[in-house]
Design a protein around this ligand. Structure first.
Ligand SMILES: Cc1cc2nc3c(=O)[nH]c(=O)nc-3n(C[C@H](O)[C@H](O)[C@H](O)COP(=O)(O)OP(=O)(O)OC[C@H]3O[C@@H](n4cnc5c(N)ncnc54)[C@H](O)[C@@H]3O)c2cc1C
Ligand code: SF4
Length: 310
């Protein structure tokens, strides 16, 4: 694990000051459910931890100026149980409750889930396994073990909260050493298996996520090997508002969540299925076979279409 220091700031400003002093050789620690595995497998090596858990200002969930505001340090369990989510955002509740296990959800946070590291069968393995098979582009090798290519990594974004929140038109608030700013959540993601995120420069911390409160119909479905535990092999979240604006967000099939949006009346199901297949850069790096996942994407979009047009 980390070797040098474990810092516990009480405000975002203190956390940013500590990060500035460490000049990149640190990891923010929220629930730790993702990064502890990476430390154990020798996939990250920063020497210090900055634990965000004592920053009370990052934990609240409630309505503010007509938007649901979720603090980034709220746990997935607190999110699913919170009254505003229970009463108005069943999509978020379903997405949160589909993640990992009840014990993990009591520790894992919203911010940590949005920044969960991309996964690949050839990378998320023990050090011994990786040495035996041969390292890849994302680690110390010079080739992608899935495609044989030398330039591009196709590891998959597996956050289940991200597609649900993106379909709901969420924005994310960040604070770095120089400024606080807000961007659409979809813009946080980069379709690159190695550099997965934007806007995290200058030690940025996600402080909150905001979602407009609007009447909507929703759909959420997730495919995975074991429903009790496994990461997603395909997640589809969709929202249609009262003006027939449709947002479909697909995750776990590509390096970043894929958002398709427009007026419902401008699409046909077949067009949507074709666009989704084209936009998702899916390769064979998951527990479930590639052909099956591609087929299930069509099936879920069909189901989504029927359910939102009922
Ligand atoms: C067995 C298992 C099954 C799982 N199944 C699923 C699943 O089905 N679906 C799914 O979506 N996820 C799944 N996960 C992933 C899990 O949801 C994530 O591990 C968890 O949400 C990460 O949250 P955390 O608070 O523990 O993050 P951490 O591990 O603490 O951090 C994750 C990353 O985010 C950074 N970070 C955290 N908070 C902030 C912040 N506020 N600002 C800036 N950076 C921050 C950290 O530095 C780190 O890089 C699974 C995990 C396990 C172990
Ligand atoms: S997609 Fe290729 S480069 Fe990326 S983690 Fe997997 S094997 Fe490595």
């Amino acid at each position: 694990m980390y070797k040098e220091s474990f810092i516990i700031p009480h405000t975002v400003d203190e956390a940013l000051a500590a990060a500035g002093n460490l000049q990149g050789d640190y990891r923010y620690f929220a629930g730790g459910t993702d990064i502890q595995i990476y430390y154990k497998q020798g996939l990250i090596a920063e020497n210090s931890i900055i634990d965000l858990n004592e920053i009370a200002e990052l934990k609240s969930i409630g309505f503010e100026n007509g938007q649901l505001k979720i603090g980034s340090l709220a746990t997935l369990d607190e999110l699913a149980r919170s009254k505003p989510v229970q009463d108005h955002f069943s999509l978020i509740k379903n997405a949160a409750l589909s993640i990992a296990t009840p014990v993990i959800r009591k520790t894992a946070t919203v911010g940590g889930n949005l920044l969960v590291k991309n996964r690949c069968n050839f990378y998320n393995q023990s050090e011994d396994w990786r040495i035996a098979v041969g390292s890849c582009l994302r680690d110390q090798g010079d080739i992608c073990r899935v495609t044989g290519g030398k330039n591009k990594c196709f590891s998959r974004n597996v956050s289940d909260l991200a597609p649900a929140l993106i379909a709901l038109n969420a924005t994310v608030a960040l604070q770095n050493r120089e400024q606080t700013f807000t961007v659409p959540l979809i813009d946080l993601y980069q379709p690159d298996g190695i550099n997965n995120h934007n806007h995290l420069e200058k030690d940025a911390i996600i402080t909150a996520i905001s979602i407009p409160r609007k009447k909507h119909k929703w759909y959420f479905r997730k495919l995975r090997l074991r429903r009790s535990l496994d990461y997603s092999s395909l997640t589809v979240a969709a929202v249609m508002d009262t003006e027939n604006e449709l947002h479909v967000c697909i995750n776990a099939m590509s390096m970043a969540p894929v958002l398709i949006r427009g007026l419902f009346t401008d699409f046909t199901l077949e067009q949507l299925q074709k666009t989704a297949a084209k936009e998702c850069k899916t390769v064979d790096n998951d527990l479930l076979p590639l052909k099956y996942r591609r087929e299930m994407l069509k099936v879920y979009l069909d189901e989504m279409w029927q359910s939102l047009t009922k």
